[in-house]
Write a protein that binds this ligand. Structure first.
Ligand code: 8ID
Ligand code: ZN
Length: 353
């Protein structure tokens, strides 16, 4: 192992579900035979990290836990079995930290469905530390010309929305509604949709997010769910023929829009559920679902190929999504803003600060 790797490092750790996160020094671990150690330079903060702190989901986290799963950095050590990534290479640590590679799902490149998948910042320690371990097979390969700060949000948010857009079946020229458009996943979803030749209707709330969606991210319309008198009517009216969007990408952290989407999606349209609000249920009117022949489905991150494709869109300069950089030590501030839905775009942590 290279000598410059320190024994201790700064990290944000939660000792018990509910928090708080504690900024402190912890040991740097050594990678196992099939693992790499990545010196994380920047990590995005995803709403999933806040769900993990709060214990929102019916799946327990490890404890104590280092959160984070949008980590971009440099490989500084590797195990003996790793021969296709080198020390000095740039790499991204994603939500899928590892998978068995042998089960029915892994064999079909559905690694997120692997029952033994390791989840960064959830079932294994993640990227809110300066040195993070991941299975070599699963770290994203990053070209050295890719800026490590701007690419961080792509490693979860970008991959996830790119996969969701593919799962929606929407074709170039068609219209997709992005629900939760002002947040991390939503802002990237507009950029990917645009790059894929789709029109977008952004749904979120407030002047800052409206401006960002229409002026920076290229959406054709914005519906403010908090001030609209009839979201269903307004979304349908935002399509040229008034029949509604061909697909809906749900990335809001709120149950209500999951109930609404089936009402405004176009006949034959597809509703893709991605956001994971706590204790939420899907509900759709049977009558309209049947006579409109709609599809409602879930979409969960992406496989290694989806990840490489999403990163290639970014590398080609097609994905420019706003992010703000803040020190690792200030993670709690990001959680406080996120809790109040006051983040337009994404926060990215600088691991040296
Ligand atoms: O693989 C997956 N399925 C996956 C991957 C990554 C993240 C799922 N997620 C989940 C997260 O766990 C979280 O539940 O996607 C959700 C969104 O993550 P995010 O984009 O990181 O969250 P954010 O930045 O806080 O953005 C959420 C946005 O939703 C808006 C908020 O205003 C915010 O901008 N929103 C809410 I809350 N209610 C809304 C509503 N009724 C709404 N937008 C429209 N209509
Ligand atoms: Zn995430």
């Amino acid at each position: 192992m290279a000598s410059e790797i320190p024994e201790k490092q700064w990290a944000q750790v939660i000792e018990k579900t509910g928090g708080p996160v504690e900024y402190k020094q912890i040991p740097v671990r050594k990678p196992g035979p099939d693992e790499v150690l990545v010196n994380i330079k920047f990590s995005g903060v995803c709403h999933t990290d806040l769900h993990a702190v709060n214990g929102d989901w019916p799946l327990p986290t490890k404890l104590p836990l280092v959160g984070g799963h949008e980590g971009a950095g440099i490989v500084v050590a590797k195990g003996d079995l790793v021969n296709d990534i080198e020390i000095g290479d740039h790499a991204g640590v994603k939500w899928i930290n590892g998978s068995c590679l042998g089960c029915d799902f892994c064999q079909q490149s559905d690694e997120p469905l692997c029952a033994k998948a390791l989840l960064s910042g959830y079932t294994v320690d993640g990227t809110f530390q300066q040195y993070c371990i991941a299975k070599a097979a699963h770290v994203a390969r990053l070209h050295k010309d890719i800026p490590l700060d701007a690419v961080a949000p792509v490693l979860c948010a970008g991959i996830t929305v790119y996969k969701g857009l593919k799962e929606s079946g929407a074709k170039p020229g068609q219209t997709v509604a992005i629900v939760g458009a002002g947040g991390g996943l939503g802002s990237l979803a507009q950029q990917y949709a645009k790059a894929m030749g789709l029109h977008t209707i952004a749904i979120d709330s407030g002047e800052e997010k409206r401006k960002m969606c229409l002026e920076q991210l290229g959406s054709n319309a914005f519906v403010d769910f908090a001030t609209s008198k009839d979201v269903v009517k307004d979304v349908q009216a935002a399509t040229e023929d008034g029949l509604g969007p061909h697909a809906v990408i749900l990335v809001a952290v709120n149950e209500k829009p999951f109930q609404q989407a089936a009402e405004y999606v176009r006949p034959r349209g597809t509703v893709v559920c991605i956001g994971l609000p706590a204790n939420a249920y899907l509900k759709a009117p049977v009558f309209e679902s049947v006579i409109k022949m709609i599809t409602i489905k879930g979409s969960y991150v992406g496989n290694r190929k989806d990840s490489a494709e999403a990163l290639d869109f970014f590398r080609r300069g097609l994905i420019k999504s706003p992010f703000k950089v803040i020190g690792l030590s200030e993670l709690q501030k990001v959680y406080d803003l996120m809790h109040k839905n006051q983040i337009a775009g994404r926060y990215v942590l600088d691991m040296e600060k």
